[in-house]
Design a protein around this ligand. Structure first.
Ligand SMILES: Cc1ncc(COP(=O)(O)O)c(C=O)c1O
Length: 213
């Protein structure tokens, strides 16, 4: 009999049961978590600097979040808001709208994922402007759906062999004054760190320029 650690057993299960397209950044299998800490199935303790990639602003299992989720599940699991509305959705939208800094009365819709939000932002912009084209930048990540993947600049990681892609998406090199593209003019103050100007670096006459050709 081969003796393996619990992590190795579960990693073997991950390889046999989950498609390889779902990447795995670390060979760590979490058993439980609290606040900023995660414990793996071996009992090892980690500080979680990832937070579900920036979406756990109050850490793991915050008591207020757990209580709110338990109360919601005990009350209504799911209705699909478009079919049957409920007050929690309306009140949360109201609270977010009140914080909108633009002055105008904002409205909110709730979506499940980041790429769904991105896709809907494009739908809303297209419907409002009647202009279909969208610009995205190199080295960007916008999601794994058809539009998300089309927008994503990291093609080798997220879009290889998955075409054809959505139309009317145009890509620009991301202006990175810290690591400028060959041919860019790198000038003093172009990082925005130096000087007292309040003009953003991308509007200054010293900002990096595209090559002439
Ligand atoms: C800038 C950006 N857009 C879209 C997404 C996709 O979000 P989700 O994975 O929730 O669909 C991410 C996720 O990391 C993101 O960082």
């Amino acid at each position: 009999m081969t003796v393996t650690s619990r992590t190795e057993d579960l990693l073997a299960l991950r390889h046999s049961e989950i498609p390889r397209g779902v990447s795995l950044a670390h060979p760590v299998i979490a058993a439980r978590a609290k606040d900023v800490k995660i414990w793996d199935v071996e009992g090892r303790e980690y500080h979680d600097w990832v937070g579900g990639i920036g979406v756990l602003n109050v850490g793991h299992n915050h008591p207020a979040v757990v209580a709110a989720m338990q109360a919601q599940l005990a009350n209504i699991s799911h209705t699909r808001f478009q079919v049957t509305a409920y007050e929690g959705y309306l009140r949360l939208a109201q609270r977010l709208n009140a914080r909108f800094p633009g002055g105008a009365h904002a409205k909110t819709l709730f979506l499940t994922t980041g790429e769904e939000a991105t896709e809907n932002a494009i739908k809303i912009a297209r419907a409002h402007t009647s202009r279909p084209a969208v610009i995205s930048f190199t080295h960007s990540f916008h999601g794994r759906t058809l539009m998300g993947m089309t927008l994503t600049g990291k093609k080798a990681d997220y879009a290889q062999n998955f075409g054809p892609f959505a139309s009317e998406v145009y890509r620009l090199p991301f202006p990175n004054p810290y690591r400028p593209r060959p041919g860019w003019r790198r000038t003093r103050g172009s990082t925005g760190a130096a000087g007292t100007s309040t003009t953003p670096w991308w509007r200054r006459s010293t900002a990096p320029r595209w090559p002439a050709s």
